[in-house]
Design a protein around this ligand. Sequence first.
Ligand SMILES: Cc1cc2nc3c(=O)[nH]c(=O)nc-3n(C[C@H](O)[C@H](O)[C@H](O)COP(=O)(O)O)c2cc1C
Length: 384
Amino acid sequence: MRAASVSDYRELARRRLPKIFFEYIDGGSYAEETLRRNVSDLQAIALRQRVLRDMSSLDMSVETLGQTLSMPVGLAPVGMAGMYARRGEVQASRAATAAGVPFCLSTVGVCSVEEVAKGSVAPWFQLYMLKDRGYMKDLLRRAKDLGCPVLVFTVDLPTPGARYRDVRSGFTGSSGITGALNQAWDGITHPAWMWDVWAHGRPHSLGSVAGALAQQGTQGRRVTDFLSWIARNFDRSVTWKDLDWVRQHWDGPIVLKGVLDVEDAREAVRCGAAGLVVSNHGGRQLDGVRSSISALPRIAEAVGGDLEIYMDGGVRSGLDVLKALSLGAKACFVGRPWAWALGAGGETAVAQMLATLRSELAVAMILTGCTDLNAAGRELLDLD
Ligand SMILES: Cc1cc2nc3c(=O)[nH]c(=O)nc-3n(C[C@H](O)[C@H](O)[C@H](O)COP(=O)(O)O)c2cc1C
């Protein structure tokens, strides 16, 4: 099967990846209401068709936080991408860099921030706050010294939401000989993945925080080791005051990821954040909360003039990107789309997925009469 749309990579990834990883990428928390809403609320928005305008030249680039993006799309932080393709974070970063868009590396990537910077370019760096502040301080210094331009501080995961699919697939909670045998069978029955990732993609640690894992004696032989380590080490006591602490150790722009409420958005401005990502973690945390796209307009109205507003959650086409921009986003991030593409075909597939988003966005601009994305607004939507 050749992928025509972004969602086609989902099916290709389903075929190639062991079930535990496909379900981990694909799933959301609890009944997955928010995951569905993210997609369906975007689909329900109507674009406004306009005709007979001179659409011979288009400006798809945007400026943000001192960078020029070739289009208003970025790769959201996705944990453990090196389990979906060999050294997956480096491959995805290369595809993003070639496309002129940012790659944001997760704290819990398989490849370390050093490996991504060396194999591609210094990525935007995503931070989860761990209890060990000494380690955090050191990690921020490493990212800064490598030249990471933006720190994305994820604030919607003080504790992981329950994901039923991960329990059913044996990704979480399975142990002992049965769990090990199931995981082995899952690998053996996906030989292309076995060859690429299991045989040639090691080490399978969480590169940037491997030192912290080792300190606690977690060898990281099994992915479930990582997950229990995450549960033990993420700091639930973090408050707005801790942003001051982060700023003491990071002098570049800080973007807060996981804001869905207007009051929190105002607080982000008061704390001096350079940007925020309107996000519910792709429906993977508190199920039942509103979709990102439905939260976006009120947040953009309240604080749009004060900091950069990005959104993620449910973006599956270039048309969705234009809808989000029309409602106040500066750029969108995609999570599952690039994880699916990476699992389906590595760097090449991520590059193709980004090319698909770009051409869809261009078509949407032409047919709505939008020549410059910087001027995109509600006039591009049919809101009646
Ligand atoms: C498999 C997977 C792993 C993720 N890991 C992280 C992570 O490590 N850090 C983070 O801030 N967000 C993480 N996210 C959330 C994404 O950054 C993003 O908010 C979400 O995927 C956007 O929704 P979408 O998948 O519908 O595009 C993850 C999402 C997925 C699907």
